[in-house]
Design a protein around this ligand. Structure first.
Ligand SMILES: C[S@@+](CC[C@H](N)C(=O)[O-])C[C@H]1O[C@@H](n2cnc3c(N)ncnc32)[C@H](O)[C@@H]1O
Length: 312
């Protein structure tokens, strides 16, 4: 189930793109759902913007990787130089390499079990990928986070990653409109021995966050918030969470590059749903970029993650 503003809409009841396919295409969950065609056939992957690789000239002409140049007998350039753009190629092989080298071998057994269960679900593509869970986990530990909020729980992948990363007396207020999704993952969270840290609240997040704010004791009481729900409301969540998360705490927003669509031309061929989300995400990114209350960074990890540290 997805929500657009206050409107709850059902995703089309057709088979989903496999989670790994979505991950490879780097498209967001809602994009993947909406990318399905009404005739039931698998859609074309979304158009991508130009990609530069290390060694490609800035402003540049067709990118060639150092390896490709070497293989082709061309001039081999330094990977980093003043002529190159420091960005990563969106390469499936590179992503597989990263998963196989650093992510899967270190994946917690319960997170893996939950991932495999969730991938069987029609909307399993909504789960955050394991490299993202790994990043959240490390961040939470580095911060020494104890009390957190999660907006958009689904089956609980990122909640479990959080629960495993915070101390035994830590707490996650985990909000989702659907208890049914969460009930799928709950047994794994219980098996992992961290269910006591999860305070699941069912319902639309805006009024639940408003309820939290009604208690003055909750102002600045949280160390971290992860937002991964309806994109139209990211700006509203930002305002509420800036009061709930302490100065020095972190607000993390998922899907802030929306499959790369934010950088596509305005008239790029997108579904109506994706165009709407793309505009919501663009507006949110512009808002954060101009927000002096936070120090922000945009990470090109997974579908794009924006980290905001509250500074005032
Ligand atoms: C992408 S999924 C969350 C994935 C999860 N964070 C993870 O890493 O596995 C988005 C979730 O947001 C929930 N959601 C959508 N709109 C919401 C709203 N207004 N309030 C609360 N939850 C909402 C959906 O029910 C869905 O479970």
């Amino acid at each position: 189930m997805y929500t657009a503003g206050a409107t709850v809409c059902l995703a089309p009841p057709v088979s989903s793109l496999r989670a790994d396919a979505r991950r490879r295409l780097k498209i967001g969950p809602r994009a993947a759902a909406s990318a399905r065609r009404s005739d039931g056939r698998r859609p074309e992957p979304p158009a991508r913007g130009p990609v530069q690789v290390h060694g490609a000239p800035k402003g540049g002409s067709p990118a060639r990787s150092t390896a490709a140049m070497a293989a082709g007998g061309g001039e081999v350039k330094y990977i980093h130089s003043k002529e190159s753009t420091k960005t990563l190629l969106k390469s499936e092989a590179l992503y597989e390499y990263m998963l196989n080298t650093m992510v899967y071998p270190r994946e917690n057994e319960h997170l893996r079990e939950l991932r495999l269960i969730t991938e069987q679900h029609t909307y399993g593509f909504m789960l955050s990928p394991p490299d993202e869970e790994q990043l959240l986990s490390l961040l939470l530990k580095v911060m020494g986070a104890r009390n957190t909020i999660e907006v958009g729980v689904f089956t609980g992948g990122s909640v479990l990653a959080t629960a495993l990363a915070i101390p035994d007396d830590g707490r996650i207020v985990a909000i989702d409109v659907s208890r049914e999704y969460f009930d799928l993952g709950r047994p794994v969270i219980e098996k992992a021995g961290v269910a006591h840290k999860v305070d699941f609240r069912e319902g639309p997040a805006l009024p639940i966050l408003a309820d939290l704010l009604a208690d003055a004791g909750n102002e600045g009481a949280f160390d971290f918030a992860f937002v991964d729900a309806d994109k139209d409301n990211y700006g509203n969540y930002h305002e509420q969470l800036l009061r709930l998360v302490r100065v020095g705490g972190v607000l993390a927003y998922d899907n802030t590059l929306w499959g790369g669509s934010v950088a596509l031309p305005d008239d790029a061929p997108l579904t109506e749903v994706d165009r709407g989300i793309r505009e919501a995400i663009r507006a949110f990114n512009a808002r954060v970029a101009a927000d002096a209350r936070v120090e922000a960074v945009q990470l090109p990890v997974a579908d794009g993650i924006t980290l905001c540290r509250r500074v005032v």
